[in-house]
Design a protein around this ligand. Structure first.
Ligand code: FES
Length: 107
């Protein structure tokens, strides 16, 4: 599946992602500078992305732990925010569009 990625102040790109991987893993594998400090453990929120409205409703529901972490972000948007390590790539999400947030960029 393909993922369209917008990076603050660096423009947009498109990556290829393997089904079954998390979106965070796909971003890292493609060299996107996402911090993801806890390595996908749903414990840091530094893999926070905003999901395009056309795809947000297609994602699996947000867990309570994920919501708690997202709410700690200055860039939290209840209708767009997700942790990219909690989204599994699937062909049904082909074309998924997302934007990294300032708190999810590598230092
Ligand atoms: S990588 Fe830490 S919560 Fe996603």
């Amino acid at each position: 599946m393909k993922i369209k990625v917008a990076i603050p102040e660096r423009g947009e790109t498109e990556i290829e992602a393997r089904s079954g991987w998390t979106v965070m893993e796909a971003l890292r594998d493609a060299g996107i500078p996402i911090a993801a400090r806890c390595g996908g453990g749903c414990a840091c929120a530094s893999c926070h992305v905003h999901i395009d409205p056309a795809f947000f409703g297609k994602l699996a529901p947000v867990s309570e732990d994920e919501t708690d972490l997202l709410e700690s972000s200055d860039h939290y948007d209840v209708g767009a925010s997700r942790l990219s390590c909690q989204i599994i790539c699937d062909d049904a999400l082909d074309g998924l569009a997302l934007s990294l947030q300032p708190d999810s960029l590598e230092d």
